[in-house]
Design a protein around this ligand. Structure first.
Ligand SMILES: NC(=O)c1ccc[n+]([C@@H]2O[C@H](COP(=O)([O-])OP(=O)(O)OC[C@H]3O[C@@H](n4cnc5c(N)ncnc54)[C@H](OP(=O)(O)O)[C@@H]3O)[C@@H](O)[C@H]2O)c1
Length: 238
């Protein structure tokens, strides 16, 4: 693994739970960190004051992103389906347009995003997604299709992207780097749970892992029963 010494990364959505974990991992690895978060959320990053640069603003504000990603070797973007104003799409497009050529771009989403349609989802997940879509339209608070479109644009881009697809998440101490598969439905993922701190670890580690360029890994905690069973059977990414 290359040393990140002297490298600068931008974390888009730095004030959220995943974002704060990513800030911690990135600082711990010696990156210079720039974080973008909504103005009202700047206080959530107080613990890192003096150790990172915070740029307040909506993450889909192209001018904010343009400034924030300038000179960055990597950009870690939290894609969220909130609101009905193309927040995810606007955020992803701004990062794709303004990150410097050759920068590593890592995006977060959930298992529900599929790159090639070959994921096999449990029925319960399909039901949950249908309900989320329906409720999202009704309340105008969630737009799953916008997150889908954001990822479609990332997949179609010729940047050095990785889209990390998270399982269900839980809080707790780190268990180590999650394991992954190209497709949901792979038995290695069956436990469907990852510590949020380790989701963030996978995102930050991906910056220096070229094997993940143009991959959309679906991840699961490395200490979950399904991951341990796959390890015992000698299974790697499939
Ligand atoms: N939660 C899960 O179980 C789960 C499962 C699989 C994958 N994921 C993926 O994991 C990533 C982070 O999820 P998380 O649950 O851990 O959330 P999180 O880190 O707490 O992130 C939420 C983000 O959304 C922003 N946000 C909240 N309300 C918003 C609004 N109305 N408009 C715009 N931005 C808003 C937050 O910014 P502020 O700090 O400004 O509020 C924060 O940056 C996402 O990519 C998600 O798709 C989540």
């Amino acid at each position: 693994m290359n040393t990140p010494r002297g490298k600068k990364v931008c974390i888009v959505g730095a004030s959220g739970k995943l974002g704060q974990y990513m800030v911690r991992h990135a600082l711990g690895r010696g990156y210079e960190v720039v974080g973008v978060c909504r103005e009202r959320s700047v206080g959530k990053l107080d613990a890192f004051r003096g150790r990172m640069t915070v740029m307040p603003g909506q993450t889909n504000d192209r001018e904010v992103i343009k400034k924030a990603v300038a000179g960055c070797d990597g950009v870690l973007t939290v894609l969220v389906p909130w609101g009905r104003s193309q927040y995810s799409t606007g955020t992803a497009q701004a990062v794709l347009d303004y990150a410097r050529p050759g920068a590593r771009l890592i995006f977060s989403c959930g298992w529900h995003i599929t790159r090639d349609g070959k994921d096999v989802y449990p029925r319960s997940m399909k039901r949950e997604e249908m309900v989320a879509r329906w409720l999202g339209r009704l309340t105008r608070m969630v737009d799953i299709d916008d997150q889908v479109e954001a990822c479609r644009r990332v997949f179609a881009s010729d940047t050095r992207w990785t889209v990390v697809r998270g399982s269900d998440l839980e809080e707790g101490e780190s268990q180590g780097l999650p394991v992954w598969s190209r497709h949901v439905g792979d038995p290695i993922l069956e436990s469907n749970i990852t510590r949020r701190v380790d989701f963030a670890l996978f995102m930050v580690a991906a910056l220096e892992n070229d094997e993940l360029v143009h991959e959309a890994p679906a991840i699961v905690g490395c200490q979950t029963p399904s991951a341990l069973a796959a390890k015992a059977g000698g299974q790697g990414p499939a």
